[in-house]
Design a protein around this ligand. Structure first.
Ligand code: ZN
Length: 224
């Protein structure tokens, strides 16, 4: 088997239009000559997510693709994909929240890898984080390393999955966006709210609370 060498000039960013992946997009733009953003349409509750992704990619002048993953909705109906299932206000104590789509990151990264290889790109950037681990097993570092090895074997290719947010919390994710000159775009243009409200969001859902607490901690830690 003859493996390729790593292409350090280009990257594919797995891009949802949320805070984390937008920060990763800004991170990638500083490091690579060519950056391609890939979003997934899986029948998510809020089409606004894809609208935000499109707007941000346009503003940052990044090539943007949407891959159809409607299969995911068929396989794993839950509160993020089905409008009739309400998002839980509090995550269950000893279980993963009902906003989890089993295997979502694995599937996204795998499809992103197939896409990247077609473009001769080896580096794939994802905004997963083990620090704010909220019960999503495929956000863990051990999983990412395992998948990286699997993808290399599956496609006989030297992928490099980069995870700039793996060991930092939400406050430091805001700090990173600020350092990259993208604080306002992340604050105003991204969508993380489970109720589909851009920017600061509804303020009440678990995702908005996490985002706001991180932002307040960021201001406290770095802006005083
Ligand atoms: Zn919200």
């Amino acid at each position: 088997m003859k493996m390729n060498t790593r292409n350090k000039d280009a990257a594919v960013v797995v891009f949802s239009g949320g805070q984390d992946s937008t920060t990763c997009l800004l991170w990638a733009l500083k490091r690579y000559k060519e950056v391609v953003a890939v979003s997934f349409d899986y029948g998510q509750r809020h089409k606004a997510e894809l609208e935000c992704a499109k707007e941000i990619a346009g503003e940052l002048n990044v090539e943007w693709h949407v891959l159809d993953m409607s299969l995911l909705n068929q396989l794993a109906p839950n509160s993020l994909t089905r409008a009739e299932i309400e998002v839980e206000k509090e995550a269950p104590v000893d279980d993963v929240p009902n906003s989890v789509v089993d295997g979502r990151n694995m599937l996204f990264l795998t499809f992103a890898a197939v896409f990247a290889k077609q473009k001769g790109i080896t580096d794939i950037i994802t905004g997963v984080s083990q620090s704010d681990f909220s019960g999503y097993p495929d956000c863990r570092d051990v999983f990412i390393k395992s998948l990286n090895a699997t993808l290399n074997l599956a496609m006989d290719y030297t992928f490099c999955i980069e995870t700039p947010l793996m060991w930092i919390d939400k406050a430091d994710t805001w700090k990173l966006a600020d350092d990259l000159g993208g604080l306002s775009i992340v604050r105003d243009k991204t969508l993380t709210c489970y109720n589909g409200i851009k920017g600061n969001g509804c303020g009440n859902c678990p995702s908005c609370r996490l985002r706001r607490e991180g932002y307040e901690k960021f201001l406290e830690k770095y802006k005083k």
